[in-house]
Write a protein that binds this ligand. Structure first.
Ligand SMILES: N[C@@H](CCC(=O)N[C@@H](CSC=O)C(=O)NCC(=O)O)C(=O)O
Length: 256
């Protein structure tokens, strides 16, 4: 598995220990889209935060058809642990991003292991939300750009969850941010949800933020901040515009 890391100057030059922020990308992305297109480096440098961006799936694992669709298989791991063959051997993205990658980063970079945030875009926004909701207290901050908020109810999510987890919809709920938010009983958590108003995938009902906001409103342990950006779409131009605001938001929690 490849992943990219941005090391802030204060870690490189002043040998300071820094907080760490994991960014989970969306469908079709590799570990490079975010570093090429978001412009996050200047903001992470200013705040002194190490950024880690994993790939979105295993690659070249010789599963027939693994590269055939943009929304399933390569580039579309959906941050779940697959239980269905042939995916279950390699497609363990949830354990990878919450455990294996974290251990690797903690061992190899001078990060503060208890100052850890997570954010992401679209499929990766879904990933960030479920990682935080399933692991109360593990992430000090979470935010998402145009996340898939209720995958059990949208075409992208239904295709992926059926393929990786099988037909039992009870299993799907374990990876659904809206369902997890309805049942969350952990330490108080704030979810920062960002959404462009002119996002085609919002219009196609792939994202369903209202369902997650309703779930949060009914749960005293959760607080949602929802920012709708007038006229913005789903692209990296949108992410590049607001990534500084997200990194500053995480810094409030990670640098106190
Ligand atoms: N090719 C697909 C859409 C693919 C797409 O828009 N991917 C987004 C994330 S969407 C949700 O996870 C993305 O980040 N693309 C990479 C980029 O650099 O823009 C289609 O045609 O519908």
């Amino acid at each position: 598995m490849k992943f990219s890391v941005f090391v802030p100057p204060c870690m490189l030059e002043e040998k300071k220990e820094c907080p760490v922020l994991y960014y989970l990308s969306g469908l079709t992305c590799t570990h490079e889209n975010f570093i090429h297109k978001s412009g996050m480096q200047q903001h992470a440098a200013k705040e002194g935060i190490l950024i880690v961006n994993p790939d979105t799936s295993p690659r070249n694992v010789n599963i027939p058809g693994e590269d055939d669709a943009y929304d399933f298989g390569s580039g579309a791991g959906f941050y779940v642990n697959a239980t269905q063959e042939p995916w279950s051997k390699n497609y363990l993205m949830y354990s990878y991003v919450t455990e294996e990658l974290v251990e690797l980063v903690n061992k190899n970079f001078a990060v503060l292991p208890n100052k850890k945030g997570i954010f992401g875009h679209s499929m990766g926004g879904h990933g960030a939300l479920i990682c935080a909701l399933k692991n109360p207290g593990q992430y000090q901050s979470v935010s998402a750009f145009a996340p898939i908020c209720n995958p059990i109810e949208c075409p992208w999510g239904q295709k992926a969850l059926k393929g990786y987890l099988g037909d039992d919809k009870e299993q799907w709920k374990q990876y659904d941010a809206t369902h997890l938010a309805q049942n969350y009983a952990g330490t108080p958590l704030e979810l920062f949800i960002d959404q462009g108003s002119d996002d085609n995938f919002l219009k196609q009902k792939q994202l369903l933020p209202d369902n997650l906001l309703t779930a949060c409103a009914g749960n005293d342990h959760l607080q949602a901040i929802y920012k709708q950006r007038e006229g913005y779409d789903h692209s990296y131009y949108y992410i590049a515009t607001f990534v500084g605001e997200h990194i500053a938001y995480h810094a409030k929690f990670l640098k106190n």
